[in-house]
Design a protein. Structure first.
Length: 317
């Protein structure tokens, strides 16, 4: 019997309307995006005496975190609240850790799993980089299915395919264990059923389990391939629809056919990489966190062939 370690936030609150019932600390810093106020999310939380940073962009840059740190590091904030999709949550986790403040993390989309992971993804010089640190764990994660209602279709599609990619890649990861495989497979089952049967509660629960599963192992080839597409402006989930499908076929994953069926149901438009494929391959091979944990060895020739397949529109064939 081998040993493994499980890490997760110290407190996870799950349930519809749970964010509205939580008593938030005063004098907190709320980090979110521009749409939070107009969607009524801030009023829904019932915050008191807070300061607001609502300029987090999709695929956020390290410069965004530097702006927050320079503005708020010397102020008397009590804690940091991250509210939004994975981009907002990653920025909030990163900044709170740098400021040594407690973190309350609240997802409004259900795909990244960021509320329960030790990962923050930021762009440096226009290229995505994932940071891994136990200091990024939320002190409290609040998972409230209220936020999934009225989610725009593109955001919904990109979020759920992200969650499916994470848990299925996590199941296949070389550094997985009994716990991660159990959580990842259970997550996939909930997500699949929720998507096919329009059951939002199952999707929200599946996303949470996905984060707990892959967050204790790793994603693999599908994510490694996706970042070069994201660097060219494709949303993360949109890229994963094609890169994880392609990776699952290469890896002979047990999830390949089920993942492909959902990608086709969600009807993603094709993606195409403008970057030279040799340069893209060189960049992908530097992503050791994903490549080294892939269940099959992969060469530069393999990566070029996979990218060609995606660029030619054959990823779903």
């Amino acid at each position: 019997m081998f040993m493994f370690i499980i890490k997760q936030p110290s407190k996870i609150i799950f349930g519809n309307l749970s964010a509205s019932k939580y008593v938030f600390p005063e004098n907190c810093l709320l980090i979110t995006s521009k749409g939070a106020k107009q969607r009524g999310w801030i009023d829904y939380l019932g915050l008191k005496n807070y300061v607001l940073f609502d300029c987090v962009e999709n695929n956020p840059s390290i410069e965004t975190t530097e702006k927050i740190l320079s503005t708020f590091s010397n102020t008397k904030i009590s804690s940091v609240i991250g509210l939004g999709g994975g981009s907002c949550l990653d920025v909030a986790k990163f900044c709170a850790a740098k400021m040594n403040k407690s973190k309350i993390i609240i997802p409004t989309t259900f795909g990244s799993g960021s509320e329960v992971t030790r990962i923050a993804v930021l762009k440096i010089n226009g290229k995505k980089k994932s940071f891994h640190d136990d200091k990024f764990f939320a002190d409290t994660a609040i998972v409230d299915s209220k936020f999934i209602s009225n989610t725009p279709n593109d955001v919904f599609k990109n979020s759920v395919i992200d969650a499916l990619a994470q848990c299925s890649e996590g199941f296949d990861s070389n550094i997985g264990n009994f716990y991660t495989k159990f959580m990842c497979e259970r997550a996939f089952n909930y997500l699949e059923s929720g998507i096919l049967n329009d059951n939002y509660e199952q999707i929200v629960l599946g996303s949470l389990l996905s984060g707990l599963g892959f967050g204790n192992c790793s994603t693999t080839l599908g994510h490694a391939l996706s970042y070069v597409f994201s660097n060219e402006g494709f949303s993360h989930g949109h890229a994963l629809a094609f890169t994880t499908t392609t990776a699952h076929k290469f890896n002979n994953s047990k999830f390949y056919s089920r993942f492909l069926k959902i990608v086709k149901k969600l009807d993603f438009k094709p993606v195409k990489l403008k970057m030279d494929l040799n340069d893209a391959t060189d960049l992908i091979l530097t992503d050791k966190k994903h490549i080294d944990n892939n269940p099959k060895l992969i060469s530069s020739k393999d990566i070029i062939l996979l990218l060609q397949k995606i660029n030619c529109g054959n990823a779903l064939n």
